[in-house]
Design a protein around this ligand. Sequence first.
Ligand code: ADP
Ligand code: MG
Length: 546
Amino acid sequence: MAATGGVPVLILREGTRREQGRGAQANNIAAARAIADAVRSSLGPRGMDKMLVSSLGDVTVTNDGFKILKEVDVDHPAAKMIVEVAKAQDQECGDGTTSAVLLSGELLRKAEDLIEQQVHPTIIVAGYRQAAAMAQEILDVKKQKVRLEDRDTLIRIAETSMGTKAVTVHRRFLADIAYRAVKAVVQERETGWYVDDDDIQVVKKPGGDATDTELVDGIVLDKERVHAGMPARIEGARIALLNAALEIKKTEVGAEIRIRDPAQMQAFLREEENILRRYVDSITAAGANVVLCQKGIDDVAQHFLAKKGIYAVRRAKESDMKKLAKATGARIVSDIRELARGDLGAAREVYERRIGNDKMTFVTGCRNPHAVSIVLRGGTEHVVDEMDRSLEDAISVVALAAEDGEYVYGGGAIQMELALGLRERAASVGGREQLAIEAFANALEAIPRTLAENAGMDPIDALIALRRDHNEGKHAVGVDPFQMKPADMERLGVVEPARIPKQTIASATDAAVMVLRIDDVIAAKGPKPAEKGRGPEGMPPSGEFE
Ligand code: ADP
Ligand code: MG
């Protein structure tokens, strides 16, 4: 409200809520910190799990920071910004989400202290930005080099990432699979090594033992061949991908055909058969011996295909069809009559194999060798789901380390080094910005401190010991949550891609700065938007239907 000559001038519509200055800031900071506090206890290998219960009653047990925040319905706008941090971190690295959220919360907590000491938010923002840039420089000096052939280090990177998840048994086994998968799909580009995550497909099959999990060179479909009379194995596969039904279309409206004599009936059926036969003829004419169809395949068509020795699958998922197209070089054809030799893809072998109680189709030795699948086995659906999440994390971290060729020591060791370096540099900056840089250094130490706390150690003692070690140049010392004391992370093999702390710092700083710069919250009145994230009537937002 502004006032001219004592008459208030309304510039906002009546009913608009507005909060300004210190109050708005404090409120935002509190909300953002609340989010950080929600995930704090899940950090590290001894972090606790969270049980998430959806509105439909589905239960997920996880300690994946992003997963937790994704499922929780957050309402406060500043808190939403922090959830965005987790999202950005997940997209960029696939790991380090808890750390990023924790760090942004800690940056805001320290900022609050500075504001109390009359440091203006603008100075804090400038100091944080400067500190973040300095931290990246220090990190570039401290990071270690790794090559794709360095199997041991890369497996340790995968193991470190998986060690923080519920699935800790068979870790080495799965880490090895993640390493082999990345090694199989990594490609050299002008810019260096590159891993396309889409090249690695994970197929979940609950049941069996985790050690039954296997890496397959190619694509695996959770589908059996449609007819027992078809060959169960085709060598030198020439694959047709069809997005069309091998069926006679049913009329949209209920049509009725009156047949008066048996001959007419015969002719009618024969005509149906002829259409299907012509479909199959175009498939054989194109030279295909495997048909992977996104739609249905009629019994009669199945019979014809079987007679021609063709292996066929029906109702393949759209996402699988796309992967198959990329892997085999086939073109997805939607008019069977147009199928031509050039549309076919190639694979060394297509075969059916029993996994657990189901039969699956394996397409191996694809034309594009950068396509592998992991058939994930073990325990119940919940176990396999959590295994899947940790395997995905393991794949991302190995890919990041392989792409960048850089890693750092975990357990908070790298954050201790960065804090030390920042404090040294802060002195030369001077003034109030120095305070902000020092605050940034302290915020970084929240990672080792929280790791210690979650392990049941005294966080203050742990931090004092770590500071001493790092001052003495022991750069790889971090928190060992199992022995409950500081330890050499190089010796323990607790290592992570350099990009994780880099991205953690970048996204946490962005979020903290964004929240700090706000001193005015103007909320329009009006109806709250309808339930987000869900389609009508409790339908999932998207997804594939078999
Ligand atoms: P985030 O979502 O940030 O990845 P995590 O729960 O995975 O959170 O914890 C990651 C942190 O735990 C990292 O700082 C990492 O260095 C540390 N960490 C992982 N494994 C170990 C270990 N065995 N010993 C000490 N620290 C570990
Ligand atoms: Mg992690």
